[in-house]
Design a protein around this ligand. Structure first.
Ligand SMILES: [Fe+2]
Ligand SMILES: [Fe+2]
Length: 425
């Protein structure tokens, strides 16, 4: 078609959110170019999300606008570079576009665990490979316009992170529910699947509550999910470690919340806390411990670099914001509030937000402060590698007066058991 010669493709990531392109943007539909956004309108976050949801990877610009496009790119690059330099970005993303890309991925996709995938089974949501700050449909998914798609060996054994669009989360939830309902044996693979399904369900309900932290209904789902995990842990001591296998590829708040909850439950049951109400309250409190992050700018929460002093101050607010939010909208037992309020406090009084010390920290506060830092240290972040459990423990040991010694010892024992059980599997 001759018309094709009048347009050139522009990768979606070249058009930056909150800028105002001064040329028309087109999308290609069935070999035809359709006007998507007229010139001189702001390209919004909603626009980007919409395009991603429709699996559009390229926009098109008329060739007669080439000059305008080039000027736009120059300007965007200069502005964002300055802006990002001013904000002190560092790390692996030197390019501000990469940082934008990173935020777009985190805002629009949800990380899933392919250990729930069974070769030959079908899914009704497309899956993407998250590799080097980019998401791309698996080729076997891309080649078929409409689902259901078959789970191929390459998807099931993919070693890096797999993501789905956030808009597909209801479908994914149904998929996880089905896996949880399917009859499970007591053999190792069945337990592993059950544990993974529990983890996946918890990630979904935590993400839901982070998106809508005032909803009582969503809060109830978190409680149910926590209780399921408590039951699972108490039912089968060895399978507990399959819940703990931490496969975090990045520091998502939902994965971190789940990790802190699971580890705290392990620690709580190791020191003999009863199921009701202690473990259930500890589980809920640790699952919600960072809920205040829902009230802090997501660019800060997911910043792929170290925070400046100013940013760190803003970030610290998440504790008080979380406590206030829960008090205002939910009627939770005082003990559930303890991990939320105290997870950044230290026994020496050097923590925040209140600098409380010693006996002022409750047992749940002490547990959450150890587990929170342990998970932060052992998780990969975009600008740092993960510490091994051993390295993380020696960092904790260096500041041992900040933490409850008996609990620290318990953590060491637990990790020893985990290593042993992993060796057996
Ligand atoms: Fe926190
Ligand atoms: Fe945390």
């Amino acid at each position: 078609m001759a018309m094709a010669d009048n347009y050139f493709p522009v990768p979606l990531k070249r058009i930056v959110v909150d800028t105002v392109p001064n040329f028309d943007l087109f999308i290609k539909q069935k070999e035809r170019y359709v006007l998507y956004r007229k010139a001189n309108y702001t390209f919004t976050k909603e626009n980007l999300r919409n395009l991603i949801d429709n699996r559009i990877e390229d926009l098109f610009v008329q060739k007669r606008d080439l000059k305008l496009y080039e000027q736009y790119r120059l300007q965007v690059r200069e502005e964002t570079e300055e802006e990002f330099k001013a904000k002190g970005f560092e790390g692996i993303f030197c390019d501000p576009e990469e940082v934008n890309r990173y935020h777009a991925i985190l805002g629009n996709y949800h990380s899933v665990d392919n250990r729930l995938f069974v070769e030959g089974a079908e899914i009704d949501f497309p899956v993407y490979a998250h590799v080097e700050n980019d998401v791309a449909l698996f080729p076997e998914i891309e080649s078929k316009k409409e689902g259901p798609w078959e789970l191929t060996p390459s998807i099931c054994s993919f070693k890096k992170e797999i993501m789905i669009r956030k808009t597909d989360m209801p479908k994914y939830r149904a998929f996880v529910e089905k896996m949880m309902a399917s009859p499970s044996g007591a053999d190792q693979p069945a337990l592993m699947r059950k544990a993974t399904a529990l983890r996946e369900m918890s990630k979904i309900v935590v993400q839901d509550v982070l998106d809508d932290p005032r909803s009582g209904e969503k809060m109830k789902k978190v409680g149910d999910s926590v209780n399921n995990m408590v039951d699972f842990i108490l039912e089968n001591e060895t399978s507990y470690f399959s819940l703990m296998t931490i496969s975090a590829h990045d520091f998502y708040t939902y994965t971190h919340s789940l990790n802190v909850c699971t580890f705290s439950l392990g620690l709580g049951s190791a020191i003999g806390l009863p199921k009701t109400p202690d473990l259930e309250m500890l589980g809920l409190g640790t699952m919600l411990h960072d809920i205040g992050k829902s009230q802090v700018d997501s660019k800060l929460i997911n910043k792929p670099g170290r925070l400046t002093d100013e940013e760190f101050m803003a970030m610290k607010n998440h504790v008080t914001l979380g406590v206030n939010l829960l008090k205002e909208h939910h009627n939770l037992p005082a003990q559930v509030m303890e991990p939320v309020a105290q997870h950044h406090e230290k026994l020496t009084g050097s923590g925040y937000p209140n600098g409380i010390k010693g006996d002022q920290l409750t047992l749940f506060g002490r547990i959450s402060s150890i587990v929170d830092i342990y998970d932060a240290l052992t998780t990969v972040r975009s600008y740092k590698k993960a510490f091994t459990p051993f390295e993380a423990l020696s960092i904790l040991a260096k500041n041992e007066d900040d933490y409850d010694h008996q609990l620290l010892r318990e953590v060491v024992l637990m990790l020893g058991r985990q290593v042993k059980s992993a060796g057996k599997a």
